[in-house]
Design a protein around this ligand. Structure first.
Ligand SMILES: O=c1nc2n(C[C@H](O)[C@H](O)[C@H](O)CO)c3cc(O)ccc3cc-2c(=O)[nH]1
Ligand SMILES: C[C@H]1O[C@@H](n2cnc3c(N)ncnc32)[C@H](O)[C@@H]1O
Ligand code: SF4
Length: 321
């Protein structure tokens, strides 16, 4: 019998690429003030053409405006409006725009079925290396964000970035920290194991992450994380058929949001589901679409999100597998 792997049919909207952080591995960022922000009208036009294509998730992914900048409010309003507009078309928003205040998270919960923020790594050592100029990447602040998400009952996606200078032990400590927060609040729906991948835009070339470690790391993550947390790996960054299959055997359960462009790693286009199926099915894996909120969290979504979530559950249920 087939075992199942999931993915989320997704489209990414980027309110702005400008970011006050400078993570040295980033291929996304442009300098503050040097990017033309997305307008709500432009977002509307992009969303319009997605209708009827089976795309369920709108991933709102952004560079960050400093919390004390006088442009912060405009930035936040744009994100909120893009989420609202996505909902008005019947799509389900998932926002990952970096660190937010409690109030900002509380507001975005009203217009998102789930949200996300990568822990990256727990060790503060990286503040001396890849995160020297990235104040948002302070592990304490990221943990606090995960904690707030739990207190606000927001179904949450987090994860770790692999190969940015962490040791094996530090990796386990990062996963243990995620596990601990989940034990307290029960809100982590999935953990992404994201191999750092070299791109053409990054400031400093880090050593390439050795992808062959991934199945072992997945095994370790499975042992540390509770079984109700899904384990996600990005198939465009794990772009060797045998390796991808080995990752599934090791315990990965999800392939994340797949769409026309990986905005974070534009040098690595996402595979299309049909392409993945031709690899997975002969090895005994079925591939099925999922929502950006996992079913066990449906009772946490805000009232106005209940009916679109139900619509998509029904829609995916009637697709023949
Ligand atoms: O296409 C991508 N999607 C990314 N996603 C999207 C993600 O796969 C889906 O939005 C979630 O699984 C919800 O369906 C992220 C979401 C997060 O909450 C946190 C980090 C990421 C990172 C990426 C990414 O690098 N590329
Ligand atoms: C949105 C998420 O994308 C991840 N991210 C940022 N840059 C890269 C890269 N070069 N390779 C892989 N993942 C990256 C970070 O973990 C961030 O939190
Ligand atoms: S990874 Fe995110 S926080 Fe870091 S520079 Fe890029 S956009 Fe900014």
């Amino acid at each position: 019998m087939y075992r199942n792997v999931t993915y989320s049919p997704a489209y990414t909207l980027v309110p702005t690429y400008e970011c006050f952080n400078q993570c040295s591995y980033c291929n996304f960022r442009v300098a503050p003030g040097e990017d033309k922000w997305l307008s709500t009208n432009e977002a509307t036009e992009r969303l319009q053409v997605l209708l009827g294509k089976g795309i369920c998730e709108i991933l709102i992914l952004s560079g960050e405006v400093h919390p004390r900048s006088d442009r912060r409010q405009a930035w936040f309003n744009l994100i909120y409006n893009v989420c609202e507009r996505s909902l008005s078309f019947g799509f389900l928003p998932h926002t990952n725009v970096g660190l937010l205040s409690w109030e900002e998270m509380e507001k975005l919960k009203q217009v998102n079925v789930s949200m996300g923020l990568m822990l990256e790594q727990l060790t503060p050592r990286l503040l001396q290396t890849v995160h020297t100029r990235a104040p948002s990447k302070q592990p304490k602040l990221r943990l606090q964000q995960l904690e707030w998400a739990g207190q606000l009952q927001i179904p949450f996606t987090t994860g770790i970035l692999l190969g940015i200078g962490e040791t094996e032990e530090e990796r386990s400590q990062s996963l243990a920290a995620i596990s601990k927060i989940h034990q307290r609040y029960g809100h982590i729906q999935e953990v992404i194991l994201q191999p750092h991948s070299l791109g053409s835009q990054q400031a400093l070339p880090l050593p390439r992450f050795d992808l062959h470690q991934l199945p072992d790391i997945i095994g370790q993550a499975r042992a540390i994380l509770p079984a109700d947390i899904a384990l996600q790996i990005p198939p465009n960054l794990v772009n060797y058929p045998d390796l991808l299959l080995a990752c599934l055997e090791a315990g990965a359960t999800d392939l994340g949001g797949l769409g026309p462009k990986d905005e974070v790693n534009p040098d690595y286009p996402h595979p299309v589901p049909e392409q993945l199926r031709s690899l997975l099915e002969p090895a005994g894996w079925s591939l099925s679409p999922r929502l950006p909120v996992y079913p066990q969290f449906d009772h946490w979504v805000c009232d106005r999100l209940i009916s679109p979530v139900q619509h998509w559950r029904d829609f995916f249920a009637q697709i023949p597998s």
